[in-house]
Design a binder for this molecule. Structure first.
Ligand code: SF4
Ligand code: SF4
Length: 184
């Protein structure tokens, strides 16, 4: 399980936090499909009174999240670096631009496998949110470590047959904490 006291990584100012509005997208998390980091957004199941499992919400492994916002908005400029030359390329709406932001001809665009995502830029165009339930926030790193513990606490998550599971006590504890936070 991720160590929540892990050291702050350089270059990661923000973390994604999924809150109580998360429905897990009925077990097929849309945000997870957008995340470029393996096993960063994870489906969490709750135990049912009958002993079964049902999707509860997603949790973000704070040790893995790079703060790229790709789970948050579909309206970002992606910044890629060429793996061999180190050149920077910008991608927005499937178009590629060079480091001076000049639009490139398709023949000038490197192949996808030659590029690695090194970050994103928002330019205040965050109006195409990925989550249909508006359950995702991008939060300053230290605050995110604190806030995310209201919605998923790795200490209470077990792995059962390869699935992340929270039991009824863990769920109750989270929901109590959430009520406190919301002043209910
Ligand atoms: S897209 Fe929103 S509702 Fe769906 S799993 Fe992600 S945070 Fe939860
Ligand atoms: S901010 Fe990026 S790395 Fe973090 S959960 Fe969202 S998509 Fe994944």
């Amino acid at each position: 399980m991720a160590d929540e006291t892990g050291k702050k990584r350089k270059g990661t100012a923000l973390l994604a936090v999924m809150d109580e509005n998360c429905t897990s997208c009925a077990g097929s998390p849309i945000c997870e499909v957008h995340c470029p980091v393996d096993d960063c957004i994870n489906l969490l199941y709750e135990e049912t009174p009958q002993g079964g499992l049902k999707p509860y919400r997603v949790w973000v492994d704070n040790e893995k999240c790079i703060g790229c916002q790709m789970c948050y908005s579909d309206d970002l400029t992606k910044i890629h670096q060429h793996k061999e030359t180190g050149e920077i390329y910008y991608e927005y709406a499937s178009r590629y631009y060079d480091s001076s932001k000049k639009l490139l001809e398709p023949s000038e665009v490197p192949k996808k496998f030659q590029l690695q995502l090194v970050g994103t830029e928002t330019e205040d165009r965050l109006d195409k949110k990925i989550c249909p339930w508006d359950a995702i926030s991008m939060v300053e790193y230290d605050e995110a470590l604190e806030t995310s513990a209201y919605f998923y606490d790795p200490a209470d998550i077990r792995i059962v047959d390869g699935l992340y599971v929270i039991d009824s006590k863990g769920k109750e504890k989270l929901e109590e904490k959430q009520k406190e936070m919301l002043g209910e």
